[in-house]
Design a protein around this ligand. Structure first.
Ligand code: SF4
Length: 158
């Protein structure tokens, strides 16, 4: 049975930068949880960042650019690229350890976003792009879906 790496905040863990969760209500989540498929993980806390923490955005590109050292993850006052990379690598290691090929990650996050992220200017502006963890997972062949694509993920997994 395929396991699914899932953003911990989507399962109700209060690990977001603002200290809350973003639980997603979808019947498949409850079904997958019952089946023991879900592996919750938060890359940012795994990278050593506290709860709560200042909001961060990718400045100068997307997650792929951060991996290429061509963009940085920043808060309004600090460069937090290193913990974001550490968290992404920890997510990849966990996926490898558990043989995970699919991930369900929180859209718009600078770590977990898969289709859209904020533009790096803290103005609430979204741009096409993905977060650092998503970029690393996809680079290694893991299929990443957002909480808006649960039906698509359900069609893909065994
Ligand atoms: Fe949720 Fe991912 Fe942000 Fe952690 S890094 S709080 S799992 S969106």
């Amino acid at each position: 049975m395929e396991k699914i790496l899932i953003s911990a905040c989507l399962l109700g863990e209060p690990v977001r930068y603002d200290g809350v969760s973003k639980p997603v209500a979808h019947p498949m989540i409850h079904e997958w949880q019952r089946q023991g498929r879900l592996v919750p993980f938060c890359p940012e806390t795994a990278g050593g960042l506290p709860i709560p923490r200042p909001p961060a955005e990718i400045c100068g590109g997307g997650g792929t650019d951060v991996l290429a050292d061509a963009a940085r993850v920043v808060t309004r006052g600090a460069d937090v690229t290193a913990p974001f990379l550490m968290g992404a690598r920890a997510a990849l290691a966990l996926a490898g350890e558990k043989g995970i090929c699919f991930a369900l990650l929180k859209e718009r996050s600078p770590s977990c976003g898969s289709n859209r992220i904020y533009d790096g200017h803290f103005t609430g502006t979204l741009i096409p792009g993905m977060g650092v963890t998503t970029a690393l997972l996809r680079r290694h062949g893991i299929s990443v879906f957002s909480e808006n694509e649960i039906d698509d993920l359900a069609k893909r997994i065994k």
